[in-house]
Design a protein around this ligand. Structure first.
Ligand code: NAD
Length: 468
């Protein structure tokens, strides 16, 4: 008899039905609704970040060559501050929100009451492998849900550490980690989760959404795109170059909201290039490969992909690569055609093309030929130009005279629009994402206005038209 043919990724698919039913039972017990439990878990996240900081730094160094300071600002420090913010605001967010009740509902009181959704799945990406799983989890826990975390397999050291630390610090009855690749995620996606938060690329997002549709599971999709950076000639170019170099080369360009490309005129480009070069040297030294502050490309596939994009223009700065070290120098390209390879996909690496746009209108036109980006940036002192840009360029978030800094503001929702994502989280928006905002009206018994009851007379009709 011949062996059954095994299809990889299908027949070796694990089964998580027990895990899911255990979490559902815990959720139904009401354990996660208790505000004291939520506060304890959020505090435990903060403790995890401080007590195991060095282990986390080591894992991030191993996966992405991240420096300790970058790991602190973008991962452990961020996760800890986010959990603390959720914890401190929990009372306010969970309070009933009174709304006014019209005459027809009198006597009565109306309010909105947040209730947790149930068991939620958080699927993280590899570029900020800690933040993208734990910040989502924090919002879900603040809202009173059970959570399954699926960290990215492309950051294996961080994924393994999350799988080790979460049961050590957090309540294993309510929060579980599943490590794995496509088969594991596919198996998880068959379960009727109450919400899915997915961070990653658009192609997999389509798989996630199709699987979620089968269970009518709502999704929040945190995706990417080409975030443009418009520089007008009146901008403070020293500060522009400094902020742009920081934003583009943090995590070796592997940031979903990194400035993807620059749009500027010929004269401004000529002034900007030496300033970019100077800032790269100041931040990463003469040879960034020797700098402790500069990261590496996550794997060989992405190294090959990003290296090939350097061919799309003239290398004005950088261009050095070292495959054995997955190193790509901070690189700036000029003479980049708008239809070149680098302009057709999200770069997600340390290569910054400068594309010519002779004025704001031309820049906006270029941006609007592409998908709506996750973030859009403009550097200018001109208020009218700023307003025009914000009004005419649709994007998930935006900065005027900086990049990425909306991430530092807890109460600014973080999410994309169109192909850059769906839904948002962070602060109260995150709490709402993982809550159902239930509408309630409570009626008094007396007086009970007869006007809404049959028989429907002319007089009642006239009255209703008036009070409507
Ligand atoms: P990735 O490869 O880590 O994948 C994301 C997740 O999807 C992983 O957990 C992975 O296991 C899972 N996955 C992969 N293939 C799957 C499949 N066939 N079926 C089910 N699940 C699958 O991440 P990526 O896609 O390389 O991430 C890069 C993209 O993410 C970029 O476009 C970037 O801009 C975007 N991103 C967005 C944000 C944001 O917050 N908006 C943050 C970081 C990254």
């Amino acid at each position: 008899m011949s062996e059954p043919i095994k299809i990889e990724g299908v027949d070796d698919k694990p089964d998580y039905a027990d895990l899911f039913s255990n979490l559902t039972a815990t959720f139904n017990s009401g354990k996660t609704k208790d505000l004291a439990w939520r506060r304890e878990q959020l505090q435990a996240v903060e403790r995890m970040m401080s007590e195991r900081e060095q282990d986390i730094f080591d894992a991030l160094q191993s996966d992405l060559g991240k420096s300790a300071m970058e790991s602190f600002t973008t991962e452990t420090g961020y996760v800890s501050a986010d959990a603390a913010y959720n914890r401190k605001n929990l009372n306010r967010w969970t309070r009933r929100q009174r709304v006014s009740t019209p005459i027809i509902g009198q006597p009565g009181k109306s309010w909105i009451q947040a209730e947790p959704l149930g068991v939620v799945l958080v699927i993280g990406a590899w570029n900020y492998p800690l933040q993208l799983t734990l910040a989502g989890m924090s919002a879900a826990v603040a809202a009173g849900n059970c959570v399954v975390l699926k960290p990215s397999e492309l950051a294996p050291a961080t994924s393994a550490l999350i799988a080790q630390l979460v049961p050590e610090f957090l309540d294993p009855d309510c929060i579980r980690v599943v490590e794995g690749d496509v088969p594991e995620t596919t198996a998880l996606l068959e379960l009727p989760f109450d919400h899915i938060l997915y961070t990653g690329g658009g192609n997999v997002a389509r798989i996630i959404m199709a699987a979620a549709a089968k269970n009518l599971t709502p999704v929040t999709l945190e995706l990417g795109g080409k975030s443009p950076c418009v520089v007008l000639p009146d901008a403070n170019l020293e500060a522009t170059a400094r902020r742009m170099v920081w934003g583009k080369f943090t995590n070796a360009g592997q940031t979903c909201i990194a400035p993807d490309y620059v749009l500027t005129d010929a004269d401004t480009e000529a002034l900007l290039i030496p300033l970019l070069e100077q800032n790269i040297r100041e931040m990463f030294g003469d040879d960034a490969q020797l700098s402790d502050s500069y990261g590496r490309i996550v794997n060989d596939r992405h190294f090959e992909r990003v290296s090939a994009l350097i061919e799309s223009g003239h290398t004005a700065i950088g261009g050095q690569i070292d495959a054995a070290d997955k190193y790509i120098a901070p690189t700036v390209l000029t003479d980049v055609a708008n239809n070149s390879a680098i302009m057709r996909e999200e770069i997600f690496g340390p290569v910054l093309p400068i594309v010519r746009a002779e004025n704001l209108e031309e820049a906006i036109a270029v941006i609007r030929t592409g998908d709506k980006p996750l973030a859009a940036y403009i550097f200018t002192n001109n208020k009218r130009a700023e307003r025009k840009f914000l009004d005419q360029v649709s994007s998930g978030s935006a900065c005027v005279n900086d990049v990425m800094m909306f991430m530092a503001v807890h109460e600014l929702p973080f999410g994309g629009v169109g192909p850059s994502g769906m839904g948002a989280y962070s602060g109260y928006t995150g709490f709402k994402t993982f809550s159902h905002m239930k509408s309630v009206i409570k009626r008094g018994w007396w007086p009970d206005l007869a006007v809404r009851y049959a028989p429907y007379t002319e007089k009642k009709f006239r009255f209703l038209r008036k009070v409507r």
